[in-house]
Write a protein that binds this ligand. Structure first.
Ligand SMILES: Cc1ncc(COP(=O)(O)O)c(C=O)c1O
Length: 452
């Protein structure tokens, strides 16, 4: 076993050490070789070393270098080395971290990490938290708590009696809510389309003056950090208005929830702590391995009421915190371990520096592209940059060529009708030099298209 595991760690370390030297996107030839995986299920067993070798030789070259310093697609961080190391150790522990009684170490790490997160975000220590797979499930989980609370206030027990025949819930979103939020609403039986959509401004912020009147059970879904622009909804105004009418305010802060941690972005988060629930990712800006996120609810009891189960064989009665009392899953991996390791290693100042540094890189991208004559479409308030290189066809061709050239990787989007390239700087590993190298590649490729 030792030999096999040392073999695996050696391969993993070589992979990471060589990331900087390879194309960020896998080569078409490497992707082509994946077809070798489609073989019939073997009748005979194979030696584990051979399985590992196959995995490394066929699959490592076909991976996208998301763990490297120049992947700027979607909103994706690379795992901090300490979090990968913690992940390896936790993998060896193989703890099914649903219940404190059976996994005291990982349940304790999760509880400690939750306390630190509430401190970082400046939320009350009495909040409940659910460590889940990412922002999609965090939105789902937090909105389940919201659904419980707003119906309980009108005397309806949604967990027991369901939604059929329940008092109707008004769900308010914006026309810039993330697509996964609508999925969560669908999963909760609240409907992807049965929503009131508030219009947004040029940066994708909800226009609070356009909020509808609120009566009866109401959930307002706001956003901290638009996936394209990084902009925040006006949370103070929305919370004040919604709370006057007894509504529950949820914040999708998949990456924006981290803004208050840094002095240069704290102003964006005004009113954040006035909300009732929040969702964020750890695999984005905290740079822990996939998959990892959290749902937080001011009313811990609402979260527990939505998620806890009881059964004779499950020792859920405990003076300690059972992770699964707050999560959709019972059996679950110990996600809190890597979060604990990231926070224990970075400390408050390290987290602030990570946020500050990546935002600075984003501003440098915007400045470099503007200086080269290209149009930056958003106010670069956080770590997201939108750039158009001219019309849709030219911009799309430049994105494709940049991806194939391999220095860095950026994706495309359509922002308020205009085709743009998205640059999201979310990785701890990105240096100033990586930004300059990537800017050189972007402007070199763009110039070539403009001189044609
Ligand atoms: C604002 C927002 N909400 C939700 C999500 C979904 O996050 P995940 O893919 O981690 O579930 C994203 C992903 O980019 C996002 O930006």
């Amino acid at each position: 076993m030792r030999e096999l595991l040392e073999n695996a760690s050696g391969r993993a370390i070589s992979y990471l050490e060589n990331l900087d030297k390879r194309s960020v996107a896998p080569s078409p030839a490497a992707v082509e070789k994946l077809s070798r995986l489609f073989e019939p299920l073997a009748e005979e067993s194979a030696p584990p070393e051979q399985v590992l070798e196959l995995l490394d030789e066929i699959c490592s070259p076909a991976t996208m270098a998301m763990a490297g310093p120049r992947f700027f697609g979607f909103v994706i961080g690379g795992a901090l080395p300490v979090t990968l190391a913690a992940n390896w150790l936790a993998g060896a522990w193989d703890q099914n971290s649903g219940l404190y009684a059976s996994t005291p170490a990982t349940a304790t790490l999760e509880q400690v990490a939750l306390g630190w997160l509430l401190d970082l975000f400046k939320f009350p220590q009495t909040c409940g938290g659910a460590f889940v797979t990412g922002a999609t499930m965090a939105n789902f989980t937090a909105l389940a708590a919201a659904r419980h609370a707003v119906l309980e206030r009108v005397g309806w027990n949604v967990e027991a009696d369901g939604l059929i025949g329940a008092p109707p819930i008004t769900v308010i979103v914006s026309d810039e809510s993330h697509p996964t939020l609508f999925k969560s609403l669908g999963l909760l039986g609240l409907g992807r389309n049965r929503v009131v959509k508030v219009p947004t401004d040029s940066q994708g912020r909800m226009r609070s003056s356009a909020l509808p009147s609120m009566t009866g059970p109401t959930i307002v879904c706001t956003q901290a950090g638009n996936v394209n622009t990084g902009a925040f909804d006006p949370l103070s105004e929305i919370c004040e208005h919604a709370h006057q009418h007894g509504a529950w305010v949820h914040v999708d802060g998949a990456f924006g929830l981290w803004a208050p941690v840094s002095p240069s972005t704290v102003h964006l988060a005004a009113g954040l702590s006035d909300a009732d629930s929040w969702a964020t990712d750890f695999h984005k800006w905290l740079n822990v391995p996939y998959d990892s996120g959290i749902a937080i609810a001011r009313e811990a009891d609402a979260l527990r009421a939505a998620m806890a189960i009881t059964a004779e064989y499950l020792p859920t009665e405990s003076p300690y915190r059972n992770p699964s009392d707050f999560t959709p899953e019972l059996s679950r991996r110990a996600r809190g371990v890597e979060v604990w390791a990231a926070l224990r290693s970075l400390g408050r100042s390290g987290v602030a520096d990570l946020i500050e540094r990546t935002c600075r890189h984003a501003r440098r991208f915007a400045e470099g592209l503007k200086n080269a004559g290209y149009e930056v479409l958003n106010d670069v308030v956080l770590n997201q940059v939108l750039v158009a290189f001219g019309d849709a066809e030219t911009t799309n061709r430049i994105i494709k060529e940049l991806q194939a050239e391999g220095t860095c990787w950026c994706g495309g989007t359509i922002w308020q009708g205009q085709t743009a390239m998205r640059i999201s700087v979310s990785s701890w590993a990105t240096t100033r030099e990586d930004v300059e190298r990537s800017l050189d590649a972007m402007t070199r490729i763009a110039r070539k298209h403009h001189s044609k």
